[in-house]
Design a binder for this molecule. Structure first.
Ligand code: GRF
Length: 232
């Protein structure tokens, strides 16, 4: 959405301004790109207010700049503790006044204090079918285990690493001769579908994290995530 044009698609549809999204990255930013592309569609209910990276060389910063989106670099090297970093990050975010924060390959563990401040407004995408394979090197681990199906999950972030309630999952097949990179590319393609979808649901007020810690979609508790299946 164009900041010079306050009459965004969401204004036209329901009179409310588009949701302001902040995206946190550390690297390539292909998920950021998917979010940018979706935000540029005429009926997008959100706009990207800021992209923040903890690494100055993250390619995602270029993607944001190309799209005319404000960027900030907050290097973890300039802080001597996780708490000090997260305090500075929270300050930057408050200045951007986001309605939602999307972690998109942001390679930092956030402190419980930070997560609490934004609980219910903090999403992450993880390259596995959570709760399986939390943490790193998920594609390699799936191949080593011989699993027939793999995928990605968008979830609300809680203080438990990769442990917050799942919203939507994409499932992909694992093929006999897959190498980790091939499998990662197959998963990533689906990540680019499900992240904009979850952000859209949130921006349309269809998705909430309720006070009992459960995800609700369209007013109904989600006992398991919505599944987008390409594994069949
Ligand atoms: C993705 O696989 C995402 O699931 C994980 O980090 C990777 C980021 O890729 N959290 P990109 O920077 O969005 O291309």
């Amino acid at each position: 959405m164009n900041e010079n044009n306050p009459n965004t698609a969401k204004d036209v549809v329901d009179g409310s301004p588009p949701l302001r999204l902040a995206v946190l990255i550390s690297g390539s930013g292909s998920n950021l790109q998917a979010l940018i592309d979706a935000s540029q569609q005429a009926d997008s209910p959100y706009e990207i207010a800021v992209v923040i990276s903890n690494r100055a060389d993250a390619f995602g910063l270029e993607r944001a700049q190309r799209a005319g989106i404000a960027t900030q670099v907050l290097s973890h090297r300039d802080f001597d503790s996780r708490t000090a970093y997260d305090t500075a990050l929270a300050e930057l975010l408050r200045a951007a006044a986001p309605g939602l924060i999307a972690l998109a390959g942001f390679m930092r563990i956030l402190t419980p204090g930070f997560v609490e401040q934004w609980q219910g407004r903090l999403l992450n995408i993880h390259p596995s079918l959570l709760p399986s394979y939390r943490g790193l090197h998920t594609h390699q681990r799936v191949l080593e285990a011989g699993d027939p199906v793999h995928g990605a999950t968008v979830h609300f972030v809680t203080a438990e690493l990769d442990g917050g309630p799942a919203i939507v999952q994409a499932r992909v097949p694992v093929l006999a001769d897959d190498e980790p990179d091939q499998l990662a590319a197959r998963v990533l393609e689906q990540e680019h579908r499900i992240y904009p979808l979850a952000v859209r649901w949130f921006a349309e007020d269809r998705l909430v994290l309720s006070s009992d810690g459960r995800t609700q979609l369209d007013g109904e508790p989600l006992d398991s995530p919505v599944i987008i299946d390409t594994a069949r």
